[in-house]
Design a binder for this molecule. Structure first.
Ligand SMILES: CC(C)(COP(=O)(O)OP(=O)(O)OC[C@H]1O[C@@H](n2cnc3c(N)ncnc32)[C@H](O)[C@@H]1OP(=O)(O)O)[C@@H](O)C(=O)NCCC(=O)NCCS
Length: 319
């Protein structure tokens, strides 16, 4: 099969959105808990990402059969260096020849002059595109993160009695959460995640929470906060930007309090808060390589994206 690859030109915006639209429709049909986005949401999202990066398009007989559009280059994407990132619907390939199309596009992307120096690439895809995902694996990528979704009405079953007090903390008072947030940071820095260890100073917590306009629900044992769940308006992809949806962006329970229903009680309390406001869907994003997160979230939520990542031994464009 002969395909031609070109660097994406801003004039291709409408053509690429038209190519991506059936993939969006297919995803919405498969995961009905995702709220219907505005008709122009995909277009707006593509426009935004084309302003902050570039990519390649694959064609057969002039027709688009794949696209790989990446935001970046992003300095210090990870502590290890410069990266590029393709958000959801930016990394697509026709199913029948997904391996050939993706491999050809990846080769061409690594030769785009604007991305010289890149040592890390991350692409978000839908989990049901099995041929594309198999090609990513063969090309050295592994899944790192997921977005998942559930209907709030599916979360309102029996709440376990934890014997703890559950209440909400205003974003201005989040400095109280320093111990439990630090415990989450320590967990993420430990094996098998080995993530960078952020310091949750009271000032950083207050700033971050104000930026995100976060809702924090906490579990208290006496005066001590032993668990929290944090949610905000937007998640990490354009499909989460809906008035009907809210998105969990952090959660943790101190080690001594785990496995006794604390996070489940916090999740149900959060769901109840949002249900009263007319919100119907809850989303969450998490690291799939964090076994606690994957085990817990996939007990209640269904993943609808996987973000694949790969580090390269040498920077793109190196002689
Ligand atoms: C993930 C975490 C918040 C779960 O909190 P928890 O209070 O221990 O969870 P719960 O006791 O409420 O568990 C509720 C249900 O999820 C299940 N569950 C919890 N962790 C699980 C895991 N790792 N794998 C599979 N199932 C799990 C429980 O078995 C329970 O199922 P049940 O309702 O059938 O009995 C906790 O392990 C934690 O703080 N981990 C470290 C920080 C972290 O990874 N946070 C997530 C980052 S986004």
């Amino acid at each position: 099969m002969s395909i031609a690859v070109e660097v994406i030109d801003p004039a291709m915006l409408d053509e690429l959105v038209a190519f991506a639209k059936p993939f969006e429709r297919d995803a919405l049909a498969r995961w009905p808990a995702i709220p219907q986005p505005d008709e122009d949401a995909l277009h707006a999202s593509w426009q935004q990402r084309m302003e902050s990066g570039t990519g390649v398009v694959a064609r057969r007989h002039g027709q688009v059969v794949g696209c790989l559009q990446a935001v970046g280059p992003i300095n210090e994407f990870r502590p290890s260096g410069q990266g590029v990132y393709a958000p959801i619907t930016s990394c697509l390939a026709e199913n029948a020849h997904a391996d050939h199309v993706f491999t050809t596009m990846l080769t061409a992307l690594g030769e785009v002059a604007a991305f010289a120096g890149t040592t890390l690439a991350a692409f978000t895809c839908f989990p049901h595109h099995t041929r594309l995902n198999a090609s990513l694996t063969q090309n050295g990528f592994g899944v790192r993160c997921a977005d998942a979704v559930t209907l709030i009405s599916d979360l309102l079953a029996n709440v376990p009695d934890t014997g703890l007090t559950i209440d909400e903390v205003h974003w201005g008072d989040v400095a109280q959460l320093a111990e439990v947030k630090e415990s989450l940071a320590a967990h993420l820095a430990s094996s098998p995640m080995h993530m960078e260890h952020f310091q949750f100073t009271p000032e950083f917590l207050a700033w971050k929470s104000e930026q995100r306009e976060s809702v924090h629900i906490v579990a208290r044992d006496g005066d001590r906060i032993v668990g929290f769940i944090e949610a905000t308006y937007e998640g990490e992809n354009y499909l989460t930007r809906s008035p009907q949806m809210r998105n969990i962006c952090g959660a943790g329970v101190l080690p001594a309090y785990r496995n006794r229903g604390v996070m489940r009680a916090l999740l149900v309390a959060l769901a109840n808060t949002y249900r009263e406001e007319g919100i119907v869907t809850l989303g969450v994003d998490y690291e799939t390589f964090n076994p606690n997160a994957r085990g817990f979230w996939e007990r209640f939520f269904v993943p609808y994206t996987w973000s694949w990542e790969r580090r390269f031994d040498m920077p793109w464009g190196a002689p």
